[in-house]
Design a protein around this ligand. Sequence first.
Ligand code: ARG
Length: 462
Amino acid sequence: MSDQTDKPWAGRFTAPTDAFVEAFTASIGFDKRLYRHDITGSIAHARMLAHVGVLTVDERDKIVNGLQSILQDIEQGNFAWSTELEDVHMNIEARLTDRIGDTGKKLHTGRSRNDQVATDVRLYLRDEIDTLQSELRRLQAGLLELAAKESDTIMPGFTHLQTAQPVTLGHHLLAWFEMLQRDSARLADCRKRVNVMPLGSAALAGTTYPIDRHFTAGELGFDGVCENSLDAVSDRDFAIEFTSAAALIMVHLSRFSEELILWSSAQFNFVDLGDSFCTGSSIMPQKKNPDVPELVRGKTGRIQGHLVSLLTLMKGQPLAYNKDNQEDKEPLFDTIDNLKGCLRLYADMMPQVTFNRAAMREAARRGFSTATDLADYLVRKGVPFRDAHEIVGKAVRYGVDNQLDLAEMPLEVLQSFSTIISDDVFTVLTLEGSVAARNHIGGTAPAQVREAVVRARSRLEE
Ligand code: ARG
């Protein structure tokens, strides 16, 4: 007789599990966070078993009540998790039998931990995706507020981080909004494949009981059931897809961070991130450091790492379930926790940010940001674009040598580069004229920004 009567597989074994193997193979340290979804899944399974006559109504009620009281215990902190019981599934099932007696042993009829864990993770991830979506939306709504407020604010637009053309800050903020809008669509698409139910696949081949998988799926709010039991217990594509969408959200947050960090430096002086989102230095009294964006940028690395972990975890696995799959949880959970934190911080921080409109305007004025406007002006007067480019290039060269912006050059100087130039040139050389002229859908003109904000608000509600 085995001396490890607590293990569900004790019947087959003659020696107890090595103590370190037990610790090494246990997942309870990290999968206990699935408890609520594990219990929800078990309750639905018990109801389905009664529905098809495998459990009596009385057995079902005992199991459901027992599980509900365990849920309460866990939420009140009255549940001692045990490593000998390996994982969240066996911990809860063992407690159920302790509490309600032998009926508890019937819960696992027609089920395996293989379909159970896949179901739990999907239920859990579905909830987390919904929370992430609302944080994303909160951040997007904040960006729209700011974009509306800054639709007339002029700043330099950059390519190669060199001043390129003037843009409106509202337009820049709307670019961030668009990145997040795609992220949100990716999460919504991923959720469709998360929300399919593995339960009923049992260990790998299905079960001999007359189960009703659609009944269970209906109880749990799944959109459908996994078609193939072998695939259902081994598939972690949904976790990879989610982590991939998460990694891309982090890439976006990291890019916002990079800009905010640059812009909050004394050299740019475009933005003040707000004291509650910065920290000081223990040695340099003048410092106000953009720690939040820096840490968000830093955390992008670990989430990209988690994506690679999950891809690598799956690449060598034969069908169907393998213990390797237990390694899906820590990367997935850490991705969710950190992504949620980063989105929350960004959604909280952005409304606190103040922009230094004067410094942005001054920076746009420097760097010949209206050079393209001058070339376009010459083109409108019949000069071929390549010649216009050459003429303006010479004017810029002169400006660099004499420390003069184009708009600061006297008309006679401008005319020395092309006699076609007349005094109407100054309206195109102003920053306002430059942005207002890019007046089409997707352009930087303040009027377009205001319309884009209106459209974005209704897209956000879709
Ligand atoms: N803790 C396990 C996991 O996370 C549960 C499934 C275990 N199944 C098994 N056949 N050993 O994957």
